[in-house]
Design a protein around this ligand. Sequence first.
Ligand code: ADP
Ligand code: ADP
Length: 225
Amino acid sequence: MTAVALRDVSLVYPGGTVAVKDVSLSVADGEFVVLLGPSGCGKSSILRMVAGLQRPSSGHVVLGGVEADDVPARSRGVSMVFQDFALYPHLTVADNIGFPLDVGGCARDERAERIAEVASAFDIGDLLSRRPAELSGGQRQRAAMARAIVRGPRVLLMDEPLSNLDAVLRSGLRAEIVSLARSLGLTVLYVTHDQIEAQTMADRIAVLRDGVLEDEGQPDEVYRH
Ligand code: ADP
Ligand code: ADP
């Protein structure tokens, strides 16, 4: 089953920048696909269209076989992790993680249970009463990832989630993200400009250049040249 499909998707920003040009791409249920390419090639724009934060200028986004163009962001079963973590500074880790549940309306017991569950999956169960300023960069990104999965999304979009972390943290978290995604059965669309990250994490790599899908294949098939 296809979890995410882009069908001939283009995006032209006001002002005329063609950020994405005729991209077609399918991501299977449970697949980990990395969108790889240099800064400015349209990676974030693609994630934003899948998330419903941006409408394609032409073409369609299809989620679980359903055309998503008129489905609002909150109802897509898709959630997103950002490079800069985007945690609320005034909320504790627990309340940051619980925030998407509050928006959706969730019983107290269930809320606490879900928060504990995803926090422990990301190994931050003992940091729940802290605020983001009292966390390391790696712990912040763990909290942001826990928040992203707390509502049990079908699809997780990750936009350079490790770029702000140092090299040691980065390589540890790479393996953790892949194994957690696999154990949760998550479909992941992961954006990076880092070729090593792509090679080590992806089931499949989609290479973008100037808004065009240039190459696509398993890690050992792309970039052999
Ligand atoms: P990437 O994620 O690969 O760095 P983006 O999707 O952010 O690429 O950007 C693709 C192109 O679209 C770039 O040329 C960028 O400058 C342009 N762009 C991105 N966001 C906007 C925007 N809100 N308005 C106008 N142009 C944008
Ligand atoms: P949406 O339109 O779906 O609400 P946003 O881009 O506003 O998406 O937010 C994406 C995520 O970042 C959400 O999980 C939200 O809780 C979080 N977020 C948004 N703005 C802030 C902010 N100023 N501080 C902390 N977290 C934020």
